[in-house]
Design a protein around this ligand. Structure first.
Ligand SMILES: Nc1ncnc2c1ncn2[C@@H]1O[C@H](COP(=O)(O)OP(=O)(O)OP(=O)(O)O)[C@@H](O)[C@H]1O
Ligand SMILES: [Mg+2]
Length: 292
């Protein structure tokens, strides 16, 4: 299997800068930060993600979403970039404990050095604040949101997760409104933002309301495919506004060192066995047959 682009030189954690000539012939500089999750960057034409962009990492339970984001922030911090992990769900002590125990990543040590921060934000408080503001219709939502003060100026941000946030909202309209504001706020930090979503194990719907994947600059879907009595993981880059990317499924494994992207592995056999056709598609076929 060929990679989208392979760099012959040894991988560097250094940021890349791409010069773009705008129609006004003004030179605009877009900085690219590598994701640093094993060989994931080789799947992207730019070998990283743009500052000010937001990418959704979505997949079923246990597919490695938290590990992917933490691996990016942790290795980024080791390379000199600051990272903030915002948890809407799991306790911060528990997350750090699991990262150290499972992968040997001492997040607390990097927190003490001021390179990382893991913070918990209560989604129900956020939801009540947003719904209260919307009910008053005073249009002060953005002012309230800017109160989410981060402990350091981040180069990378991870948000875990949109589903933990969405269930805290009583109505979908307020959630949609908040997600839009949240994405705008994340982009204003000029950091590379990873936002976790949750789906079924073999998804054909990638987010709860559908609005999230349209707002995001990139969507990476994680699959947990059953094959010959075992489950295998694969990722798919569904969308990446910033540039070209590999179009086929790529296998990955979770190991004692975190994510291992299996760029060389053939996935055809696995994919022939699964995933099953979505029930919705089957229903449409049946209806068509009746009409005939
Ligand atoms: N040291 C390890 N070696 C191999 N696999 C591991 C190791 N530690 C954890 N895992 C795997 O990682 C999975 C959990 O990864 P992670 O918490 O990142 O997933 P997630 O998608 O965030 O899960 P959730 O849906 O619960 O939020 C575990 O279910 C386990 O299979
Ligand atoms: Mg998780």
């Amino acid at each position: 299997m060929g990679l989208f682009k392979k760099n012959s030189s040894k991988k560097s954690a250094k940021n890349k800068v791409i010069d773009v000539l705008t129609p006004k012939k003004h030179e605009e500089v877009i900085e690219i930060l590598p994701v640093l999750v094993d060989r994931f960057d080789e799947l992207l034409q730019d070998e990283g993600l743009e500052r000010g962009s937001t990418t959704i990492i979505t997949g079923g339970a246990g597919t490695g979403k938290t590990t992917f984001c933490m691996q990016s922030l942790y290795h980024g911090a080791l390379a000199g970039d600051k990272g903030v992990y915002i948890s809407f769900e799991e306790d911060t002590t528990k997350i750090k404990h699991h990262m150290l125990k499972n992968f040997g990543w001492d997040v607390e040590k990097l927190e003490k050095k001021g390179m990382m921060a893991v913070i918990k934000v209560d989604p129900s408080k956020t939801a009540r604040m947003v719904e209260g503001t919307l009910a008053k219709e005073v249009g002060a939502l953005r002012i309230e949101l800017s109160k989410m003060k981060l402990p350091l100026k981040p180069d990378r941000i991870a948000v875990d997760s949109l589903s933990a946030l969405s269930i805290a909202f009583e109505n979908e309209r307020s959630y949609r409104k908040y997600v839009r504001e949240l994405f705008e706020m994340l982009e204003s930090y000029n950091s590379v933002n990873l936002v976790i979503g949750e789906t079924e194990q073999n998804p054909d719907v990638y987010s709860r309301t559908g609005v999230e994947e349209f707002l995001a600059d990139g969507v990476v879907v994680l699959y947990n495919i059953k094959h010959k009595g075992r489950r295998k993981n694969a990722l798919e880059i569904l969308k990446m506004r910033s540039g070209g990317h590999i179009k086929q499924m790529v296998g990955y494994r979770l190991t004692g060192k975190g994510w291992q992207v299996q760029v060389e592995e053939e996935w055809e056999e696995v994919l022939r066995g699964a995933p099953p056709k979505p029930a919705k598609a089957k229903r449409i076929q049946l209806r068509k047959m009746k009409i005939k």
